[in-house]
Write a protein that binds this ligand. Structure first.
Ligand code: PEP
Ligand code: MG
Length: 577
């Protein structure tokens, strides 16, 4: 390792914030299980070891659980459930008694079998669960071998680890760790959710850092952009020190504007809502002062709970009641595409059986979800939205099913009929929106897919990511078409793609006349601040110019120039997403 050379690691932005600190590197947990074959006369001892360790772990997990908010205890429950699972115990006992495996090998094997099952699905959510099973195994071996726990030593440290167990995540948030960097880990992992919940900036998935960082190195973590700088040069460090200071002041300023309206300097009001994937995110939504949920993605719930009607109803109701009196737009399962579902493997999934296409093919599941949403609408603030629409026929058919379920339920119970809306994510829908208008109450433009389908660029493929420009004039023209149609036909138009979390995009959307933005919860106040600094006249001019430009780079350069003058610092913080 070259001494003190500045190094940049890129990973996934997991929890926002900017931190400068000293690194604490935890030793790797990957432990090879003891693969000896145990002689028969020693197998009872291995069995006893297994049961003793399991019981001690269960006791400790239950102890940890006592002091945690309920939204986090369910992660502990996941571990408790595995350790107490009869099948799991039976498998381990069999491997020890009949196959002569050591306790740690038997647990490793039983967990690996369950991991394989999860990994086979190819779904990010299950991959994250599989990782958590692996960390449960690491914990088991540490307990069995009576190893010391990995501890947080020192003040204000930035922790680097291969992965962390749930128990460790909880110790981290209760310590003085300033930020966390993980070699692995996904956005939906429990560690990610816990760190976000406790507002500890985090970057995951930076890859192997063994030779890149050592204890006590100066490090900078940008949890907004998913970047880690190790051993920054003097000039870099000074630049970030200034930024940290500025954000600290800004944070104070942000708090002060929380109760003020989101409006341009010349009085155009904009509604800022939040996108959520998990029920746990609701607290941040409320804290940031979002005026509702503009996109509640339900796919992760499907992965976790399946399509159980009652379970769905309970979750939807609790979220929508919390966000009341503001609206809560629940999107029907957008399965297929990148959100793979077991049993549907397609050669070209983004153009295959996805979103509303799948829902209409599997009507039972669709109807169950509709009923759950209808029943959850106790306060009348729920809105229902369908994903991945391509044709008018789909809208009519989905609406008919929605109405049928509402009619049939209303004969038995008192229900409020939610507004019915569609996602605009496919160019054909943007272009024919005037024909669809009579059948909808609102639309939400999903620029992630709209960009993918308009520019023919896979949203997950890093080799063509330079082409993925949600501020490309072609996208802006489609957005304008929808906004104009909304004005002519009186339906509401919101935007919920990542463009709403991009300062350049925000300026252009407001300039195009979009009145509702739904974005990452942690950026709501920041966005309000930005909108409060600009006038309608300025942003309309920028949007008009952008519409006639030839490519996204030109558009971005123009708006960046404006932003640099208007809100210095914002571009460095968020970069251009
Ligand atoms: C979109 O496509 O812009 C969108 C918000 O939906 P998702 O990212 O869930 O596909
Ligand atoms: Mg989409």
């Amino acid at each position: 390792m070259e001494k003190n050379r500045e190094l940049l690691l890129k990973g996934l932005p997991i929890a926002p914030g900017l931190v400068i600190g000293k690194s604490l590197v935890w030793k790797h947990k990957k432990i090879q299980p003891d693969g000896r074959i145990v002689p028969e006369n020693e197998r009872d001892r291995e069995l006893a070891n297994f049961h003793r360790t399991r019981e001690v772990m269960l006791r400790d997990l239950k102890k940890v659980k006592r002091n945690l908010p309920s939204r986090i205890t369910r992660f502990i429950d996941f571990q408790v459930a595995i350790l107490g699972d009869r099948e799991f115990i039976k498998d381990v006992e069999y491997l020890i008694k009949e196959k002569g495996r050591t306790a740690e090998y038997a647990v490793f094997q039983a967990i690996e079998d369950r991991m394989d099952e999860l990994l086979k699905s190819g779904i990010e959510y299950y991959r994250d669960r599989a990782k958590e099973l692996e960390t449960l195994y690491f914990d088991f071996v540490s307990y069995l071998r009576d190893e010391d726990k990995r501890e947080v030593i020192g003040e204000d440290v930035v922790l680097f680890a291969d992965d962390v167990t749930i128990e460790e995540s909880i110790r981290i948030v209760n310590s003085n760790v300033k930020a966390v960097v993980l070699q692995e880990g996904g956005k939906t992992s429990h560690a990610a959710i816990i760190l976000r919940d406790y507002k500890i900036p985090a970057v995951f998935g930076v890859g192997d850092f063994t030779d890149k960082v050592k204890n006590g190195d100066t490090v900078i973590i940008n949890g907004w952009k998913g970047e880690v700088i190790i051993n920054p040069r003097k000039t870099t460090l000074e630049r970030f020190q200034k930024l940290v200071e500025r954000y600290r002041e800004e944070a104070r300023g942000l708090f002060e504007i929380k109760e003020l309206p989101t409006a341009t300097t010349d009085g155009r009001g904009i509604t800022l809502m939040a996108n959520i994937d998990l029920p746990e995110e609701i607290d941040l939504v409320l804290e940031e002062g979002a005026h509702g949920i503009g996109l509640f993605r339900t796919e992760l719930l499907f992965y976790e709970y399946g399509d159980d009607e009652r379970e769905q109803e309970e979750i939807y109701r609790s979220i929508c009641e919390k966000v009341y009196p503001f609206p809560c737009i629940i999107r029907a399962f957008d399965l297929g595409g990148d959100k793979v579902i077991k049993g549907y493997r397609e050669k070209n999934p983004f153009l295959g059986l996805r979103g509303i296409r799948l829902l209409l093919e599997e009507e039972d599941r669709f109807r169950k979800q509709i009923r759950a949403i209808l029943r959850a609408n106790t306060k009348g603030n729920v809105k229902f939205m369908i994903p991945m629409v391509t044709t008018l026929w789909e809208v009519k058919r989905a609406r008919a099913i929605f109405r049928e379920e509402a009619d049939s339920l209303s004969k038995k119970e008192n229900i409020h009929l939610p507004d019915f809306g569609i996602m605009v994510e496919v160019p054909s829908v943007a272009l024919t929106i005037d024909n669809i208008a009579p059948y909808i109450d609102f639309v939400s433009i999903g620029t992630n897919d709209l960009t993918q389908y308009t520019l023919a660029v896979d949203r997950r493929n890093s080799r063509v990511s330079y082409l993925f420009q949600h501020t490309h004039p072609a996208i802006l023209r489609l957005i304008k078409k929808v906004v104009d149609s909304g004005r002519d036909h009186s339906f509401r138009v919101g935007v919920c793609g990542e463009i709403s979390s991009d300062p350049v995009g925000i300026i252009l959307l407001v300039g195009l006349g979009v009145g509702e933005l739904s974005l990452t919860p942690s950026l709501v106040l920041q966005t309000k601040k930005l909108i409060r600094k600009v006038s309608m006249e300025e942003v309309e001019n920028l949007a008009n110019n952008a519409l006639s430009m030839a490519d996204g780079d030109e558009v971005n350069a123009m708006v960046m120039e404006f932003l640099k003058k208007k809100v210095p610092g914002i571009v460095e913080k968020y970069g251009h997403f």
